[in-house]
Design a protein around this ligand. Structure first.
Ligand SMILES: Cc1ncc(COP(=O)(O)O)c(C=O)c1O
Length: 378
């Protein structure tokens, strides 16, 4: 099955083979060396000089670690919510006793800075959360602008970068992100099962002085202590770290700059192809994601006409809509290792299934539009 979902993504053979290696002790110099290298490359990908904690757990565990480590019961937290994962961040904060003030953004659109500022001004919030790339709607929010606002109001800035770090631009330090979260199985193109949090000096201070935090395994203070000794606080998944290391070396080889450019070209090509296929994009153009594109299912067609047919007839898996978008959109993930040839295959198959289902389009026009975008990139 060809995976064009927004994670887990297909893995390079080097990454798969790395995970077939025999296990080594996790408290040995050989493993330490791998871990140190992973941390070094992760910092480059995050564009940070600060520590990056590696957690054995999916992206959500890293979200929980970030929130649980800095929030005390009763703290007010502003949560920008414009999709399923933005909601999750608010729910996690609530689970740890925060008073959550949601700033609801229309799904498919981005926040108004003025509205956010008004919400901050009316609150006694200590932190603000943002899902940088909202995977459920295919929207990328302006984390840089929000970081500036967070700084003005002295708020901790917690960012879910699970589908942006390693694929789109995330300038953790420059944008003032205090806790930047990601997961292994998305833009990093590593196996699922690892979560990461880049932590600023300011956030470390809060973490160290948070005696009422309700966390043990996910207490980031433990990760910092271990990072200083080039190790992890608990037994890591040695195998997943092998895979991560191989994936990070691939990123280093490609260079972050070229990788971001590749993702942006893929996104633009996907959007242009969709338009040429007479399809409507779900996200507003001004905030369309560079790693996942949400496309409306044309009226009269069902999710099965599109996604079901792609899977049955072409062995291609794309993602469906979530929550209230179930059956209304499909989402094409173009992150990690996806390249021109992968995208073109999917677009050609999409044209066929749409045509078969009665959607009006001219075969080849979507593919041609995507090719034009690649051609213009040189
Ligand atoms: C933006 C975003 N946040 C959080 C998550 C949850 O990550 P995980 O499934 O690795 O826990 C996802 C997964 O798709 C995501 O896209």
């Amino acid at each position: 099955m060809k995976l064009l979902i927004p994670g887990p993504v297909e893995l390079d053979s080097e990454v798969l083979l790395a995970m077939a290696k025999p296990l080594m002790g996790h408290r040995t110099p050989d493993f330490e060396e791998i871990l140190v290298e992973c941390c070094r490359i992760l910092k480059e990908v995050y564009q940070t000089r600060n520590d990056v904690a590696i957690i054995t757990g999916s992206g959500t565990s890293a979200m929980e670690a970030a929130v649980a480590s800095v929030i005390k019961e009763g703290d007010e937290v502003i949560s920008i919510t414009g999709g399923k994962f933005g909601e999750r961040m608010g729910e996690i904060a609530q689970a740890f006793g925060a008073r959550v003030k949601r700033v609801d953004v229309e799904w498919g659109d981005t926040f108004s800075l003025e509205e956010v500022e008004n919400a901050i001004a009316e609150s006694d919030a200590v932190a603000i959360t943002l899902t940088h790339n909202e995977t459920s709607t295919g929207v990328v929010h302006d984390a840089k602008a929000l970081g500036k606002l967070a700084k003005e109001y002295d708020l901790l800035f917690i960012v879910d970068g699970i589908t942006s770090v390693g694929g789109d631009e995330v300038k953790t330090d420059e944008w003032g992100i205090d806790l930047c979260i990601t997961g292994s199985q998305k833009c990093l193109a590593a196996p699922p099962g690892l979560g990461f949090v880049a932590v600023s000096e300011r956030a470390w201070e809060v973490i160290e002085n948070n005696p009422r935090k309700r966390a043990y395994y996910l207490d980031l203070a433990k990760y910092r202590k271990s990072l200083a000794k080039n190790t992890t606080p608990f037994t890591p998944s040695v195998t997943l770290i092998y895979g991560l290391y191989a994936a990070l070396k691939k990123i280093e080889g490609e260079t972050l700059e070229a990788r971001i450019k590749r993702h942006r070209t893929l996104a633009k090509a996907t959007r242009e192809a969709a338009k040429a296929m007479n399809l409507e994009l779900f996200a507003a153009q001004r905030c369309a994601s560079n790693t996942v594109t949400a496309i409306k299912i044309p009226s009269g067609l069902t999710d099965d006409d599109v996604r079901g047919a792609l899977k049955r007839e072409h062995g291609i898996l794309v993602a469906g809509g979530q929550a209230q978008l179930k059956g209304k959109i499909f989402r094409l993930g173009h992150m990690g290792n996806v390249r021109f040839a992968d995208l073109v295959q999917v677009l050609a198959a999409l044209e066929l299934v749409l045509k078969k289902a009665g959607h009006e389009l001219k075969l080849g026009e979507g593919v041609a539009a995507a090719e034009e975008v690649f051609a213009s990139q040189g």
